[in-house]
Design a protein around this ligand. Structure first.
Ligand code: ZN
Length: 135
């Protein structure tokens, strides 16, 4: 396991356009990318803060994971993502330590990253994502 930094913080929002306004006009950050990730049924918007990103997530379908989250808990912090090396091996290590994995294999996330989620039951209630840069 080799975590280098917090890659991003994922925040579930109802209306990504409204939320972008807050981050840009109030916090003075610049949205540098908006991307739809169809298999996760989300639209994402990214802001750079040092080497960490803020990832806004708006559901494109009510039955998507973010749609369900917002329905149950409202808007707010959804997950914490760590940058790691060698994601496939890391997942094996983490599973061997008894952590429940949501993704047994790395899959494609936004921005061309390989990602995998750990179950919040095993992480003290924090939905945790591990990301690996592919280039
Ligand atoms: Zn994420």
């Amino acid at each position: 396991m080799e975590i280098s930094h917090i890659e991003h913080i994922g925040i579930a929002v109802k209306n990504i356009g409204e939320s972008i306004k807050y981050y840009e006009e109030v916090l003075g950050l610049k949205c540098y990318a908006v991307e739809e990730v169809t298999d996760q049924k989300v639209k994402t918007a990214f802001f750079m803060v040092g080497q960490t990103k803020i990832e806004l997530l708006e559901s494109t379908e009510p039955d998507g994971p973010i749609g369900k989250f917002v329905e149950k808990k409202g808007e707010g912090i959804h997950h914490l993502a760590f940058a790691t090396k060698n994601l496939a091996n890391t997942l094996g290590e983490v599973e061997a330590k008894g952590v429940q994995l949501i993704d047994k294999q790395p899959r494609k996330g936004a921005e061309g990253l390989n990602i995998a989620f750990l179950h919040p039951k095993s992480t003290g209630g924090v939905l945790t994502e591990l990301c690996e840069k592919t280039e």
